[in-house]
Design a protein around this ligand. Structure first.
Ligand SMILES: [Mg+2]
Length: 308
């Protein structure tokens, strides 16, 4: 997908028409989306303003996975990101510290993304893996040094580590309870495999706290020249949006094609629009030097515009 020029439609009207066309919804829904978009402008349409405000700042990128890098699909095990998106994220991470923050477990999200130059934060930020030695700060609390499958030293940060045995015990107990109940209903059976219940420990930790931890480990805890860009579509991403707004710097961007209550300041309609921002080969400039401004008249890609 190529990057869209400013003249191509991305405004509320075009989106609203599509909603109307696709769902046959009444005009009231179109109006509500337009009103919502006015409060949470498209990051595509405001990209130039973002670039201007980011001059001289260090961009740090946080990306949710499902619904942000990958489409939402019926079977979560098939929520694959496209190779084009993977290449785009790889390129973004080449220029900026980049973290994938997902509700999925660490193993699963890293297997879906398959990139080595990003940091992964799984289980809503409760399980963070960073390459040992690559980060500027140490936070020994809840950190474990270990070696990954490739033999590289990594640091695992797990603020809820002490709850893990209890969670496993509770899952087993819960499964036994469900099994015993279902036994009484011969017309029903339990299909194995997927966990459809999520048990979270009652600790003060969420994606917002994970964002703060990652900024700290990236070395930006005392810096005044960084700008976090967080893009996500989950309710749990709201915690990160809130932190960014509290910081008074950066871009909290929600991915949503329908009006939603959110703390995000900007919006993107779907993963395709995200790709329009972070995708490669989007402008017609012959230069590949990220230090050089794009002059071709298209909206410059993220890395082309923000790279230091
Ligand atoms: Mg998501």
């Amino acid at each position: 997908m190529g990057i869209r020029s400013p003249s191509q439609p991305s405004d509320a009207d075009s989106i609203s028409k599509e909603i109307c066309h696709e769902n046959g919804e009444p005009a009231a829904i179109l109006d509500s989306y337009s009103a919502w978009l006015a409060k949470h402008p498209s990051a595509l349409d405001t990209f130039d303003r973002m670039v201007a405000a980011a001059k001289g700042k260090k961009i740090v990128v946080f990306l949710d996975y499902d619904g942000t890098l990958s489409p939402i699909v019926e079977d979560p095990d098939k929520a694959f990101m496209s190779d084009t998106m993977r290449m785009a994220v790889h390129e973004v991470a080449h220029f900026f510290p980049t973290a994938i923050v997902s509700g999925r477990c660490l193993d699963k999200v890293s297997r879906f993304v398959q990139l080595k130059n990003v940091v992964y934060a799984g289980s809503h930020g409760m399980d963070i893996s960073t390459p040992a030695g690559s980060l500027k700060q140490n936070n020994p609390k809840h950190e474990t040094r270990t070696v990954d499958e490739q033999g590289n030293e990594v640091v695992h940060f797990q603020p809820a580590q002490e709850f893990l045995p209890q969670i496993q015990e509770d899952i087993n107990t819960l499964q036994e309870m469900v099994n015993s109940i279902v036994e009484a209903y011969p017309n029903f059976r339990i299909s194995g495999g997927k966990k459809v219940m999520e048990i979270r420990p009652c600790i003060d930790w969420d994606k917002g706290r994970a964002l703060e931890y990652l900024l700290d480990t990236f070395g930006f805890n005392n810096a005044s020249d960084f700008l976090p860009l967080y893009i996500g579509d989950d309710k749990t991403d709201e915690d990160a949006f809130k932190v960014i707004r509290h910081m008074g710097r950066g871009y909290p961007i929600i991915v949503s094609s329908v009006p939603r209550e959110t703390k995000a300041l900007y919006s993107l309609r779907d993963p395709d629009e995200l790709l329009s921002i972070i995708g490669s080969n989007k402008c017609n400039c012959t230069t590949v030097d990220p230090m050089t401004d794009c002059n071709c008249g298209t909206i410059p890609q993220l890395q082309h515009s923000f790279a230091p």
